[in-house]
Design a protein. Structure first.
Length: 282
């Protein structure tokens, strides 16, 4: 029997230790003001970057959080800052919010955009370190994670000046190697659909075990009863993908946000540490 693809307990503990779980109660509503919205199926309104969403309350909470989807803000319902919001709010800016200190607003929003990307990289590196098969490159993954973590704890100007594309390229090379190691012992052919346009694809019952689906467009794809065990889903677009009865147990680099954007049911098998979204049961 092959090794499990992921040590969920180790991964969850590391994510908590690194502050990679979003805590909106400790954030100044940064995603609700710093980021732009474009009226679409994801957002009910247009909103430029730097302008607060009209639903943002004075206490930085969302006035329609319990009914985001019903009110046309599905994009907000699936957004995950990976803990960057509270890091910028409480650590980088020491609890000084953009409303009380308007002179910090522009810098804070720019720092948040960079921090969110750094925290995402931290999340992926932490996931890779929890893959038993990736142990041969464990030291390299750990060094990369520690370096990114060090950057997230720097002052605002240092964070803002980070060359994110270069960092992302370096981390992505390691994640690719971790993915290859994780999928190497999967028996049989391993489909390569990296970056593929699979919009609305009919893949019901497909054998995608160990497949590479990095960056694939799977919007509205029919993946019901598909075998996605040990598949690499890094950055795959799963908006409205049909996952009822699919087996994603052991899938690697799958985020909760990807699941929140998809459609599934109680029969969808998920990796440990991820949850069935509430809207799957309504």
């Amino acid at each position: 029997m092959s090794q499990p693809a992921h040590d969920a307990h180790a991964g969850s503990a590391a994510r908590r230790d690194l502050g990679l779980v979003a805590d909106c109660s400790r954030c100044f509503g940064l995603c609700c003001v710093a980021l732009p919205f474009a009226a679409s199926s994801e957002f009910a309104i247009d909103k430029p970057a730097g302008e607060p969403c009209p639903n943002l309350r004075p206490d930085f909470g969302c006035g329609i959080h319990a009914e985001l989807r019903e009110r046309g803000f599905a994009g907000c319902a699936v957004f995950d800052c990976f803990g960057a919001g509270q890091k910028v709010s409480t650590a980088t800016f020491g609890g000084r919010d953009w409303r009380s200190h308007p002179g910090t607003a522009s810098q804070m929003f720019e720092v948040f955009a960079v921090m969110r990307r750094l925290h995402e990289l931290l999340w992926y590196l932490t996931e890779a370190l929890a893959i038993p098969q990736a142990m041969p490159i464990g030291d390299e993954l750990r060094r990369a994670r520690d370096e990114i973590d060090r950057l997230t704890q720097a002052d605002a100007e240092t964070v803002r000046a980070v060359d994110v594309p270069t960092r992302r390229g370096e981390v992505n090379a390691l994640l690719l190697r971790a993915s290859e190691l994780a999928r190497a012992d999967v028996p049989g052919p391993k489909p390569d659909h990296r970056g593929a346009d699979l919009l609305g694809a009919r893949l019901r019952g497909a054998n995608l075990r160990g497949a590479c689906l990095r960056g694939a467009c799977l919007v509205a794809a029919d993946l019901r009863e598909a075998d996605l065990r040990r598949a690499d889903l890094t950055g795959a677009d799963l908006r409205d993908a049909r996952l009822s009865g699919a087996d994603l147990s052991g899938a690697i680099f799958l985020t909760q946000a990807q699941l929140d954007a998809a459609r599934g049911d109680a029969g969808t098998a998920l990796p440990s540490g991820l949850a069935h979204p509430a809207h799957w049961h309504t």
